[in-house]
Design a protein around this ligand. Structure first.
Ligand SMILES: *Cc1c(COP(=O)(O)O)cnc(C)c1O
Length: 364
């Protein structure tokens, strides 16, 4: 189906009408027009506000994974040490990606239903002395949110760069790039910002720019051309003007609402979602609510149901939620309430449908 009446997948999320309208405009060539560069600069400064970053924020073509790969390849040479903090699929996966880039990787791993224990990371960092420490803020498949402050301090203590995937949280929960000493902060357009999967954004600290210059990686996803390319009016490729224009609208929507208000909206929708799931006798994943992300709620597939039967029954009612991957596949499903979907009325409607489907019972 092209779209659902009750879209509750944890990304890509439903694109609001005001943002979709921007894509109707017939834009000229981004690399030739002064107007595009002004738009790019405006978006960068709005992103700095959203992310609490005084550092540069690049805006590149390609969705979140481009940021994850490009930032790794731009600061890692074969043989460099990377300490990957894994509390879920993305955290462990970033360790695997660093290995593919040729890094010597050590993973500090935690169960998928846990969040990071900074003491274990500190001990590993002091022993392993990595060049880069990687972590994930919101582990979307597990519905968890990791604290970042202490990991930032550890990175400074061992003089490592701190790489954080906040693709599924940025804009919906405070990420505080400066306060958490994040050197490479990764964002995608298709989550809280509620754009199509068109853009990736990376906050890059001065320390990270030095590593980028030192490594000298060239490629479509490379960070280097974005250091002073926009100021020099020289881009490595024709940018997606429509998407950047839509980003500007999405950032205005967020900043006009107010970041604190947006965070409170996400937190209250998440809270309501958890209460109602519990009310239906559905077990939350993980059980510790302090670990839960305000942008996505994970829960066990209810007794008597398989994931395909539940998914099919919900879809038949016009509702789409997320399944899972790896060790959580078939066991844990997810309700995505980020950005446009962090909407109390939408969540209530979705949970009404879930209650109705459960009351009707699983198909024999
Ligand atoms: C969505 C997401 C990404 C980007 O992944 P896609 O599946 O390509 O959208 C990266 N990291 C996290 C934590 C995400 O939730």
């Amino acid at each position: 189906m092209l779209s659902y009446q009750i879209p509750l997948v944890p990304g890509p999320v439903s694109v609001p009408e005001a943002v979709r309208a921007v894509y109707q405009v017939d834009y000229a060539s981004a690399d030739l027009e002064e107007e595009f560069f002004a738009l790019y600069a405006a978006c960068e400064s709005k992103l700095q506000r959203v992310l609490g970053a005084s550092a540069a924020v690049t805006i590149q073509t390609g969705e979140g994974m481009l940021a994850l790969w490009g930032a790794l390849k731009s600061v890692i040479r074969p043989g460099d040490r990377v300490l990957a903090v894994g509390t879920g699929l993305f955290g462990y996966g970033i360790g695997d990606m660093a290995r593919q880039v040729g890094a010597e990787v050590e993973t500090v791993g935690f169960p998928f239903d846990a969040i990071v224990d900074p003491d274990a990371v500190r001990a590993a960092a002091l022993r392993f002395r990595p060049k880069l420490i990687t972590a994930v803020h919101c582990e979307t498949p597990s519905g968890t949110l990791n604290p970042l402050d202490e990991l930032g301090r550890i990175s400074r203590e061992v003089d490592a760069l701190f790489y954080v995937d906040f693709v599924a949280s940025g804009g919906g929960a405070p990420v505080d790039v400066d306060r958490c000493a994040i050197d490479l902060g990764l964002l995608g357009s298709q989550k809280v910002l509620s754009l199509p999967p068109d853009l990736s954004m990376v906050s890059v600290s001065e320390r990270a720019w030095r590593a980028v210059a030192d490594v000298g990686y060239a490629g479509y996803d490379a960070l280097a051309p974005w250091k002073d390319g926009p100021a020099r009016r020289y881009l490595p490729y024709t940018h997606n003007w429509s998407a950047v224009a839509a980003l500007d609208v999405a950032l205005d929507l967020l900043l006009d609402e107010g970041l604190e208000q947006a965070y409170a909206r996400h937190a209250s929708v998440a809270e309501r979602c958890r209460r109602r799931l519990e009310g239906m006798g559905i077990r939350l994943y993980p059980a510790q609510e302090a670990y839960n992300s305000p942008t996505v709620t994970a829960a066990y597939v209810p007794d008597g149901w398989t994931w395909p039967t539940l998914d099919g029954a919900l879809r038949a009612h016009g509702m789409a939620v997320g399944g899972n991957y790896g060790e959580l596949a078939g066991k844990v499903f997810r309700i995505g309430h980020m950005g446009s979907q962090a909407d109390l009325a939408l969540i209530e409607r979705g949970l009404d449908v879930l209650a109705q489907v459960l009351a009707a019972g699983a198909p024999a």
